[in-house]
Design a protein around this ligand. Structure first.
Ligand SMILES: [Zn+2]
Length: 550
């Protein structure tokens, strides 16, 4: 249990944020923030940038406070590189704002940024994340930050001095040269970067600026140059280390987490913490550093999708509450992995077991808190599967039936007599189907034999035949997951003359293993396979009888 939280981290941050907001801006809505750059497919790991403030904001709302979760789309950032799988001719757009780059070929969206925002917006809706989206392109091009930009330009020496504090110290020999370089840099330092009027790229250099007239001259690598009045100019942005603290102050952000990479000396978080107060008169938010989220066992995807696992990919194989739970149960500083491989079955076992604990009121407080945050938000419950069957059972069933609806329904009704249609097993059923179809390699799929293995059956001795008869005779009476579990473990006990609840001895375990291997060979032509009770249910009693030749 080392990887679960001892107490609920969300609640503790909510306490801290509420009291800090009360101190900074009493009576105003509390502001939590996230930022995402739609520079390419948004990695599943980056979901933590959104889920961390989401969970905290949701807890604050549950307590009756007015709270906004701002999601800043950093779509006015420059296009940095052409991802693999995209036409190399897109390189001509490097340096343009992401909203000015055409979407990848075949996309219905107007720009690169819109193309990569769309699936994330859809995933966040499915996850029940309520937020206010802000396009930085819209903000900058509408002149929303004009006063802040003019202020930053007036204060450029102060900003440069802050940046200088974090510049790494050089060796003695390099020191003089470095000081001379810094003095020159200080004179030339401008925190504002125009996008070129002619080529739209940011390959520009500001060559002069006059505080009184706000006249700004720049040249571009394309050969273009012009002088504009910054007080009227809406085609450029503050550099990142100034842009971020400017927005903390402008929006009054009280909570904003960030990734490990933002926390090194001289990084935007550290430098921004100085600039926000010294230049913009604001304060840095409460901002936990969140750890890396890894992915295990994701099958190779087509390169057009960029080989990057996204939240949408995870939501194809698991329900939204389960994905929420992964983020809710662990403190931001704890790293974890999201399983696309066989581990997903164990994850679902754990999730169902927690559900039972919650239903019987035996869950620990932290477990209960994480569960509650997973299944509902302050706006209401998330979509749930009305009659949930264990994921590993569903996976085995759809594996064996290859998705045949009638067969699937027949087997599910064997498990749950009250189930009237497949819809009651959805969406979990669809997630398991998708997992089998996309993540389980062909050589791990189960192929139930069409006809009995007569050769193998001919080699069986009397004890083997006896064990198969015991199994077949007990099928009807034990036709449930629990019943069949008792039956398959019990057959070797009966054969050994033991009572059904006898303790396992090494001899008994050997006999059980041999019996299971025999069943797998007869049913699926292999030494192993899905758990036997699930396999028996999925195959159906009639076909089991036929294949074991009794
Ligand atoms: Zn240019």
């Amino acid at each position: 249990m080392a990887d679960t939280t001892e107490t609920d981290w969300v609640s503790r941050f909510a306490d801290e944020v509420i009291s800090e907001a009360e101190r900074r801006a009493p009576g105003k809505p509390i502001v939590c923030a996230s930022g995402l750059s739609p520079s390419g497919p948004i990695h599943l790991g980056n979901l933590r940038e959104v889920t961390t403030p989401h969970l905290v904001a949701d807890e604050i709302r549950r307590r009756g406070h007015d709270c906004v979760h701002l999601l800043s789309w950093d779509d006015y950032d420059r296009f940095r590189r052409v991802p693999t799988g995209i036409d190399p001719s897109w390189a001509e757009h490097i340096g343009k704002p992401l909203t000015s780059v055409p979407a990848p070929p075949g996309s219905p969206y107007a720009s690169w940024a819109e193309h990569f925002k769309a699936p994330m917006i859809e995933a966040l809706a499915e996850l029940g994340v309520a937020y206010t989206g802000i396009s930085q392109t819209e903000q900058y091009t509408a002149g929303t930050y004009r006063e802040q930009i003019l202020l930053a330009m007036r204060e450029r020496e102060r900003i440069n001095a802050v940046l200088a504090r974090y510049r790494t110290k050089e060796t003695k020999e390099g020191k003089e040269a470095k000081e001379a370089k810094e003095a020159k840099e200080a004179a030339d330092y401008y925190p504002y970067k125009p996008y070129c009027e002619l080529c739209e790229r940011d390959l520009t250099t500001v060559t002069a600026y006059d505080d009184d007239s706000t006249e700004l001259a720049y040249t571009c690598e394309c050969g273009f140059g012009e002088t504009v009045r910054l007080a009227e100019h809406d085609r450029g942005k503050l550099v990142w280390k100034v842009d971020w603290p400017m927005r903390w102050a402008y929006e009054g952000v009280v909570f904003e987490p960030s990734g490990v990479d933002h926390h090194s000396p001289g990084s935007a978080w550290i430098v921004g913490g100085q600039i926000v107060g010294e230049v913009f008169g604001g304060e840095r938010p409460i901002g936990p550093m969140y750890a890396f989220v890894g992915i295990t066992g994701m099958a190779k995807m087509s390169s057009s999708k960029g080989d990057v696992p996204t939240p949408a990919d995870a939501l194809e194989i698991m329900e939204a509450p389960v994905l929420r739970w992964l983020y809710a149960r662990r403190k931001p500083a704890q790293s974890f992995k999201i399983a696309f491989d066989q581990e997903i079955q164990r994850l679902y076992d754990e999730w169902d077991s927690l559900g039972r604990k919650v239903a019987t009121e035996t869950a620990q407080p932290a477990e209960l808190a994480a569960y509650e945050r997973a299944v509902r938000t302050s706006e209401g419950p998330l979509a749930a599967t009305p009659r949930p069957v264990p994921y590993r059972t569903l996976a085995s069933i759809v594996d064996i039936t290859t998705g045949d609806d009638d067969q699937t329904l027949r087997i599910l009704r064997d498990l749950d007599g009250e189930l009237t249609s497949l819809d009651e097993a959805r969406p979990r059923l669809d997630r398991a189907q998708r997992w089998i179809d996309t993540q389980v390699p062909a050589d791990q799929r189960t192929r139930v034999r069409e006809s009995p293995d007569t050769e193998l059956l001919a080699t069986l001795d009397e004890a083997d035949r006896d064990s198969l008869r015991l199994l077949v005779d007990g099928l009807d009476e034990h036709w449930s997951l629990d019943g069949l579990t008792t039956l398959v473990y019990g057959v070797p006990k009966v054969q050994a003359g033991l009572v059904p609840d006898a303790k396992a001895t090494p001899e008994l375990k050997t006999a059980q293993r041999a019996f299971f291997a025999l069943l797998y060979r007869l049913l699926v032509g292999n030494d192993t396979g899905p758990r036997l009770p699930t396999l028996l249910l999925a195959v159906g009693a009639d076909r089991v009888r036929k294949l074991v030749g009794v």
